[in-house]
Design a protein around this ligand. Structure first.
Ligand code: CTP
Ligand code: MG
Length: 242
């Protein structure tokens, strides 16, 4: 038996952002999408993956109670065997990830970090990332081929470089790690990085190898109101199967 087979897989769901660009008048985690808060959609995808043993929701300090209520509804719907905890987030995304890392237990050997903003990430995407970590990759991210041409520019808008698009991937969450790899990358980054949007980037900076697995278009990031329109279309068009 592989040593990772015995490890519990935990999802840290970072959901403590304010959702300023979405402008829903409430934190993004509670913003409605087809009548349900983003948190409910995210939990459906996460809890639909049988490999996930625990979920840690990192909630905005102002809305912990409301997040707890949403999560309790999911707990009752037959997923009682999965432990769901709620902790309060920090001032930026990294601080929120660290709030989740701080409550890990000794058996929580595989950690996935997932943005509630990608609330339609399907269950099989979680399974794919977890199985790649179990197969021996200590840091795994889902990625999709980039369809736009991407240019590197300077502060004045001058183009410095046009990387070969075939080598580029748009990176999503959930990002999966052996727990000690992620914790050590966060420890090392504290001194130099102010706010990371990507946990795998911290592992890279710490000298670690990161593996890309196939992403999923349903794991789109809901940032602005237009993204809610796309997410609504995905849900209503039946292309989302959980
Ligand atoms: N996040 C967090 N804690 C923070 C900031 C962000 O947990 N202090 C989370 C968000 O909840 C989100 C993810 O990090 O799931 C990515 O952040 P983003 O998409 O920027 O969401 P918000 O910060 O909520 O949005 P905005 O930047 O428009 O306010
Ligand atoms: Mg933000």
């Amino acid at each position: 038996m592989n040593v990772t087979d015995a490890m519990n897989a935990v999802v840290i769901l970072v959901a403590a952002g304010s959702g300023a660009r979405l402008g829903a008048g409430m934190p993004k985690v509670l913003a409605p999408l087809c009548g349900e808060p983003l948190l409910a959609h995210a939990l459906r995808g996460i809890l639909g993956c049988g490999e996930v043993g625990r979920v840690i929701i990192v909630a905005p300090a102002s809305h912990v109670g409301q997040c707890r209520e949403v999560a309790a509804g999911y707990h009752r719907r037959g997923r009682g065997s999965v432990r769901v905890d709620i902790v309060t987030g920090g001032a930026d995304r990294s601080a929120s990830v660290e709030a989740g890392l701080a409550v890990l237990g000794p058996d929580d050997g595989i950690v996935l970090v997932h943005d509630v903003a990608r609330c339609l990430a399907p269950s099989d995407l979680f399974a794919r990332v977890i199985s790649s970590v179990r197969a021996g990759h200590p840091a795994v991210v889902p990625g999709l081929p980039v369809t736009d041409t991407v240019k590197v520019v300077d502060g004045q808008g001058r183009v410095l470089d046009t990387p070969d698009r075939g080598t580029l991937r748009g990176i999503q969450t959930p990002q999966g790690f052996l727990r000690e790899v992620l914790q050590s990358a966060h420890r090392q980054s504290r001194a130099v990085v102010t706010s990371a949007t990507d946990d795998a980037g911290l592992v890279e900076r710490a000298g670690g190898q990161v593996r890309v697995v196939a992403g999923d278009h349903r794991a789109l990031k809901i940032t602005s109101p237009v993204d809610l329109i796309v997410a609504t279309a995905l849900l209503q068009g039946g292309s989302y199967a959980g």
